[in-house]
Design a protein around this ligand. Sequence first.
Ligand SMILES: [Zn+2]
Ligand SMILES: [Zn+2]
Length: 394
Amino acid sequence: MRRAGIAIALSVLVTCAGPDVPGPSRVPPIPPDEVPLLIDAAPPLDAPPIDAAVSVLEIDAPVDAVPVVAEVWLKGSTHVHARPSGDSSTPIPEVIEWYEQRKYDFIVLTDHNRVSELDAVTATPGEITLRPPAAGGLIVFAGIELTHNPSDCIPAGDASGKCRIHVNLLGATGRTNGKIVWANRKTHDRLLKYDAALEQQKTLGGIAQINHPNWFWGINGDLLAELARRGFALVEISNMAFAEWNGGDKDHPGMDAIWDAALVQGARVWGVASDDAHDYSGSAGAQYPAGGGWIMVKAAARDPQAILASIAAGRFYASTGVVLSRAEVEAGELVVEVAPGERGSHTIDLIENGTRVVRIKGGNARRPLPATGYLRAVITRGDGKQAWVQPARR
Ligand SMILES: [Zn+2]
Ligand SMILES: [Zn+2]
């Protein structure tokens, strides 16, 4: 008798939000639009068809002959300082230890105006990481925070006149051999000052992230949209070292609103949460403590290139504490699920083209993507901690 075919349900493991648009040319290559396959379960022999919506293959070969891509969630910080920054007293090895002990998968070391090496003897030019990724150990990406603190920028920020043009490059392959001078001091134009950072990116490589842009009210939706057009892939929606600026005030919009104001213009820029860590002491009075914000990346493997490719493609969510088990597009719908282990109550706001269209009390949400524009989600826990799911478009 013919052996019953093994029915294998292949569900499309959807690309997390928004990989529909090719990445900017300055970021690492994004893998081709492969559709990874996930074996949900091998049902019993002679099982009835699983679900009309699920494609079913009849395969006589053993299950293990089917290629499987099991994607993983990886936790990391894209904004980390150590002693070479000048405003942190913690040596690099202790910074690495801090994140390793807390089960992070990766960090990007972003000292001010320098691409730090891990030590004086190990040189890694051309590499995106500062050491070979040891099995299970923390992946340490090379990076830099291009840091320029001029005054009287145009458009103006607050009455202090202070500007903060700070840009991270994640996975930089260039090395600076100490501190570099890169800023454009001949102009007050914020856009041209940010352009100088993109100019530096041509030499150093890496993915460009706009840091704490709302500090001294330095950004609006138009500027963010233009920066995205020029090549910035990431923007800090929540920088926990300067948390008081993230949400705006009575006279200024917060980063969520500014992000929406750029997204409704079609901007492709992904939202990041970071700790911008400088202090690893754990003391109550620490000024810029580690651990306040991070991203969770969905990657094909725990591999540096895969992580950078996913970040560039927006395949991650940002978090200040909320853990999600799903944050992805499935069958044309944005699907959000709070992780089962999460405690406390949750509220999910679904934001469509800049407007909140649904508020759900609970840990699950699902909504079709709009015909035009984008849909994104913000999850808020009872204690105020949040997660941001990237905007998804058809
Ligand atoms: Zn900064
Ligand atoms: Zn910083």
